[in-house]
Design a protein. Structure first.
Length: 95
């Protein structure tokens, strides 16, 4: 199992549906790994599930924790972490 946490800069507003859609598309490309996400101290949800991701409270979040389990977890964790950082930075640019 690999896990990483990314801090969301203060004032950054992440769009619930936009963020969720991007994450599901990317997470689904890692077919051999389970990828789970939680915001702050919430429960983990499946990153490949749009319903799970849109149920999270993005407006009150200051960190994203990702957990990856599977045969390619080292590769997946490294690439998925870069993706999430870029996605958060994209929202930071639009605020």
């Amino acid at each position: 199992m690999k896990e990483f946490t990314i801090n969301i800069p203060q004032g950054v507003k992440i769009s619930n549906l936009g963020f969720a859609t991007s994450v599901v598309e990317k997470a689904s490309s890692y077919t051999s790994d389970d990828i789970n996400i939680k915001l702050n101290n919430s429960q983990y949800v499946n990153a490949k599930s749009i319903l799970g991701l849109i149920s999270l409270r993005y407006d009150a979040s200051d960190e994203i924790t990702v957990q990856i389990i599977g045969e390619n977890e080292n590769y997946s964790a490294s690439n998925f972490e870069r993706f999430i950082k870029k996605l958060v930075a994209l929202y930071d640019e639009h605020n």
